[in-house]
Design a protein around this ligand. Structure first.
Ligand code: HEC
Ligand code: HEC
Ligand code: HEC
Ligand code: HEC
Ligand code: HEC
Ligand code: HEC
Length: 446
């Protein structure tokens, strides 16, 4: 018998228990995390966004299979004539991402389960803040406990195994050196060290990359200024205040004098709904407008004496911050790319206080560049910049095809293969941001 076999068996057992654990983990997909990762850039629960509110989704469709077809490729669901697909296809001017190949049935089931079980967040009228009925972490705890139990079982089994071995050795009269206790066993120590470095290294790297990221950041501002009241209820256009957003890299924050264009006349807050801060405390809108007057140096009783040049700037806290090594340009996205503010900033018109809705990580930028089609709007706006791509596309098709057909050194099978692959390439129905260089490091990094 080979002396090192017991160690081999123990390792096998240990790996087996890890394996069982990972299977359990995969089959119980976290629908919420999947929804947040894949869908939340366009969909929210309980309200419409770029995509429609998904609350009560399954009641609108004939069956879940149709929903699955839609999520994988909405165009197929439309051409199959599913009534809800036909109905909802024109909900937004932009199309939903086709997830075919990047989502599994099990993942869709998990997302649908999350949608089915989702309940609106209940606002406690006593002012106790918001109460979320669901507990997100319970799954993690269950998996932790399961893996702990499996680990203990594996250890017990290994102990039993080694005892049995010892007994059978004793019975057969084979003498072996005393077994090394497990904490001195080199194989265990090496394995513990590897596990430690892999997990530790992963956590350190992840933590370092995430430094400075601040999704959901919602600082308290000097004035409780509500986007819901202004951009939502009163439908003031974003560009009235963030005027440079289509012209330059940055979206400007409006000066006090822009506010005063309206607030010279509007000195009370009475028409809109009650306002609450994050803790659920009621906000007096009129008192907030008076804060604005302090900055402006404006006395509503003596409006004629107001001198706009004496206004002091309001020190708004900047919410969205990219690191200095990243170049991001608003006009490129808003004007040329026709990306909606909401795709990146969330449903601002529903927010009283602005909150950072997206992660602003590199993965976030890159994923959108992978999925989003470039709007070749050169017909309507006279932007000839992109016409070159269409020309390349057509040139490629005709000249390459002629070259393959005219090539006498190829046999019929090789020709067919070459033509097929060319047609695959030119049949590419659309050009995505990644195809015009949206994944090139130097486009985003100085
Ligand atoms: C890029 C934006 C975008 C993303 C990402 C996105 N959707 Fe959509 N979705 C839409 C739009 C827009 C519509 C409305 C149809 C239209 O106008 O083309 C829609 C419609 C739907 C519908 C039909 C809704 C109804 O009322 O019947 C379902 C179901 C759906 N999406 C599920 C998902 C799921 C699940 C995910 C994540 C895996 C997802 N979507 C990710 C944009 C998106
Ligand atoms: C009446 C003026 C006004 C209008 C209209 C307005 N905003 Fe704002 N916006 C502000 C002010 C003032 C701030 C800074 C205070 C704050 O963050 O709430 C701001 C902040 C923001 C921020 C956060 C900036 C940061 O610090 O990172 C975003 C994003 C934003 N606005 C988007 C929008 C969008 C999208 C719309 C249209 C739906 C809009 N705004 C309409 C005045 C306005
Ligand atoms: C493609 C994503 C994207 C779109 C679309 C977008 N923004 Fe932004 N926005 C950002 C990012 C990223 C930042 C942070 C920029 C930085 O720190 O340099 C930002 C910052 C801002 C700021 C803070 C001031 C500044 O420029 O840093 C305001 C205000 C703002 N956005 C308003 C808007 C408005 C209004 C629209 C729609 C007209 C809009 N954004 C569309 C991604 C986007
Ligand atoms: C285009 C007109 C317009 C502009 C510009 C404008 N407001 Fe308002 N503001 C309103 C209206 C309308 C109301 C709601 C009044 C009501 O419902 O009684 C309001 C309400 C308010 C309120 C009370 C509700 C709340 O949001 O807390 C504050 C504070 C306020 N504005 C501050 C500002 C500041 C600061 C600016 C500049 C960044 C500004 N406003 C720019 C029209 C404007
Ligand atoms: C919601 C989708 C979306 C997100 C998120 C997004 N972009 Fe873009 N981006 C686009 C689109 C669409 C274009 C193409 C614009 C055009 O037609 O030229 C683009 C173009 C660009 C370009 C020019 C590429 C080229 O080759 O001309 C740069 C640079 C860029 N984005 C940087 C960023 C950075 C940095 C971020 C993250 C902070 C980001 N983008 C996030 C949609 C997005
Ligand atoms: C579409 C825009 C975009 C492209 C293309 C891009 N990056 Fe980034 N990158 C970013 C943004 C945004 C961040 C900041 C992320 C953050 O704050 O966490 C970043 C951060 C980084 C960091 C710092 C670590 C981190 O994740 O924060 C490194 C390193 C990096 N990028 C390297 C690259 C390399 C190498 C390439 C080319 C293969 C590349 N980037 C292409 C947008 C981009």
């Amino acid at each position: 018998m080979i002396p090192c076999k017991p160690i081999g068996q123990r390792l096998t057992l240990l790996f087996l228990s890890f394996f069982v654990f990972s299977i359990v983990n995969v089959s119980a997909q976290d629908g919420k995390a999947l929804f947040m990762g894949k869908c939340a850039s366009c969909h929210a629960m309980g309200k419409d966004m770029t995509g429609p509110n998904l609350e009560g989704l399954e009641e609108r469709w004939q069956n879940t299979d149709q929903i699955k077809v839609w999520i994988k490729n909405w165009a197929k669901a439309v051409s199959a004539g599913y009534p809800q697909a036909v109905k909802v296809q024109n909900y937004a001017p932009s199309a939903m991402t086709a997830f075919e190949g990047s989502i599994t049935d099990a993942e869709i089931d998990a997302i649908l389960k999350y949608i089915r079980e989702w309940k609106p967040v209940v606002v406690d009228p006593q002012g106790g803040g918001t109460v979320a009925p669901e507990k997100g972490n319970s799954n993690a705890v269950i998996f932790g406990v399961i893996s702990l139990i499996l680990g203990i079982i594996a250890l017990i089994l290994m102990q039993v195994n080694s005892n049995l071995k010892k007994m059978s050795d004793d019975a057969e009269g084979i003498s072996r050196p005393d077994p090394v206790p497990f904490y001195k066993n080199k194989a265990y120590i090496a394995m513990a060290a590897i596990v430690f470095f892999v997990i530790g290294g992963y956590l350190v790297a992840k933590g370092a990359i995430g430094l400075g990221r601040q999704k959901d950041y919602q600082p308290v501002q000097p004035i409780y200024y509500s986007h819901k009241v202004h951009a939502g209820i009163n439908q003031i256009n974003c560009q009235y205040c963030h005027s440079s957003v289509t012209e330059s890299k940055h979206a400007t924050i409006p000066s006090v004098n822009v506010c005063m264009n309206c607030h010279k006349a509007i000195n009370t807050y009475e028409k809109g709904p009650k306002l609450y801060d994050e803790n659920g405390d009621e906000i007096n809108g009129t008192a907030e407008i008076e804060k604005l007057y302090k900055y402006a140096g404006f006395d509503p009783k003596n409006a004629a004496a107001w001198d706009p040049s004496k206004a002091k700037p309001i020190e708004w806290v900047k919410i969205h911050n990219l690191p200095d090594h990243v170049y991001f340009n608003h006009s490129q996205h808003v004007k040329t790319g026709k990306v909606q503010c909401q795709s990146c900033h969330g449903e601002i018109t529903q927010m009283d206080e602005v909150k950072q809705a997206s992660e602003l990580s590199m993965g976030w930028c890159v994923n959108c560049h992978r999925e989003t089609k470039v709007d070749f709007n050169y017909d309507s706006t006279g932007n000839k910049f992109y016409s070159i791509y269409e020309k390349f596309h057509n040139d490629l098709k005709t000249s390459e095809l002629a070259a393959i057909k005219g090539n006498t050194t190829l046999n019929a099978k090789e020709k067919k293969f070459k033509i097929d692959s060319l047609m695959k390439l030119v049949r590419m129905d659309s050009v995505r941001v990644q195809d015009i260089g949206g994944l090139e490091c130097q486009k985003c990094h100085y």
